[in-house]
Design a protein around this ligand. Structure first.
Ligand SMILES: *Cc1c(COP(=O)(O)O)cnc(C)c1O
Length: 387
């Protein structure tokens, strides 16, 4: 489907709301019926009717139609966070005694679900280095029902060969779930590569303005309807109409923002690679990236997030460096208009500090919508603090 059509027209029925260009925010909890028969049929099939906004809501529906089309999926659900989308996708496909194979170091809250919550219900997880398909094959047991992927990882950018993993999983009736937050469906479509469920944190690029938390889960109509009728409604974590409206607003400029961020990222990378205070610049579409070939095969682009490893080993100097930025803000998250820096050492306990490891020398930059020269200037200011 044409992306301009998806973003500007799909799902919008303007004659229903005074030909307004921007859709209304249908901020209602419930919907009225004129006959008992109508109400009965709504209660019997909430997936296809407006009954109660924990389930279906017209503003959310406009957004969902667009997001499913962007994912090349039959349908999708929009959640009040990416974490909720992850939880529902996994919970819907496991029962006591089941086994999950997950890529190692997935998103922190996915990791917590695998290591702390699911074991309470007898669901176990094996973490594998997802860069080799053989590792998935070796970890499979007779009870494996889910393979959980995140490609690229949002810190190391480690990739999985999505087509190959999907093929292997399919042969064994294992459900594949892929966190696609890094690429968005603009740069990668896991479902087109054979993955069953694709999810993303819409908080990042879809919103794009650092003002909404949301998540998307896309898949077949059958799977999405099943999750809607169970986990989605039961956890009650569907997106609110106003937040859905903010995402619709963000979506209008998604391709444009990614284009600008991609161009700026490439300029900033050239600067970083020429900087002799940096040991390593990690970016999946850089020719020096170990999985560069796979990245170019399954992703049509990459942008925004860059991990760098400083040569400096002194923690206090690294901290001063991070605090010296004037324009890069120190904060978690990414995908908004503002450029960000997040030092790995901020997530490390000082008492078990090991200066030998390179981990504390790692920082992740997010390139926002500012101009390249403005950002490079800021990087130079910060680098001047390192002797
Ligand atoms: C942010 C993020 C999530 C979680 O999304 P929220 O909207 O914050 O709940 C999941 N996966 C990745 C890779 C993320 O960066």
């Amino acid at each position: 489907m044409d992306i301009s059509y998806i973003i500007n027209e799909l799902g919008e029925d303007r004659e229903k709301y005074f030909n307004a260009v921007a859709p209304p925010i249908i901020q209602t909890s419930n919907f009225v019926f004129n006959t008992v028969a109508e109400m009965r049929s709504a209660l019997q099939d909430e997936y296809r009717t407006y009954l109660y906004s924990r389930g279906k809501n017209p503003t959310v529906d406009i957004l969902a139609k667009k997001l499913a089309a962007l994912d090349a999926a039959e349908d999708c659900l929009v959640f009040n966070s990416g974490a909720a989308a992850i939880f529902a996708a996994v919970l819907a496909n496991v029962k006591t005694g089941d086994h999950i194979i997950s890529v190692k170091e997935p998103y922190a809250w996915a990791n917590k679900m695998f290591t702390e919550i699911l074991p309470k219900f007898g669901v176990t997880t094996t973490f594998v280095d997802g860069r080799e398909i053989e590792n998935f094959k070796a970890a499979k047991t007779n009870n494996t029902t889910v393979i959980y992927l995140e490609s690229p990882n949002s810190w190391s950018f480690a990739l999985q060969d999505l087509k190959a993993v999907a093929k292997f999983a399919n042969e064994h009736s294992i459900i594949t779930i892929c966190d696609n937050s890094y690429c968005t469906p603009i740069y990668q479509q896991p479902i087109s590569l054979g993955i069953d469920l694709s999810l993303q944190s819409a908080t990042k690029y879809i919103s794009g303005h650092s003002d909404t938390i949301a998540g998307v889960l896309s898949g077949s109509s059958k799977m999405i309807e099943r999750i809607f009728k169970s986990e989605y409604n039961n956890i009650g974590s569907g997106i609110q109409p106003f937040n859905a409206w903010l995402l619709l607003r963000g979506l209008r400029t998604l391709p444009l923002r990614l284009e600008k961020i991609t161009a700026t990222t490439n300029t900033v990378i050239q600067y970083l690679k020429s900087n002799n205070k940096i040991e390593e610049v990690i970016f999946p579409l850089d020719k020096d990236f170990p999985q560069y070939e796979l990245a170019t095969k399954q992703m049509s682009g990459a942008c925004g997030l860059i991990t760098i490893v400083l040569k400096e080993t002194e923690l206090s100097t690294i901290e001063k460096f991070c605090e010296a930025f004037k324009h890069f803000k120190m904060a978690v998250s990414w995908g908004g208009h503002e450029s960000l820096v997040i030092p790995r050492c901020a997530g490390m306990a000082i008492k078990n500090f090991n200066h030998q490891l390179k981990e504390h020398r790692m920082l992740r930059l997010f390139i926002g919508l500012e101009d390249a020269a403005y950002l490079i200037n800021d990087l130079e200011t910060a680098f001047a603090t390192i002797p």
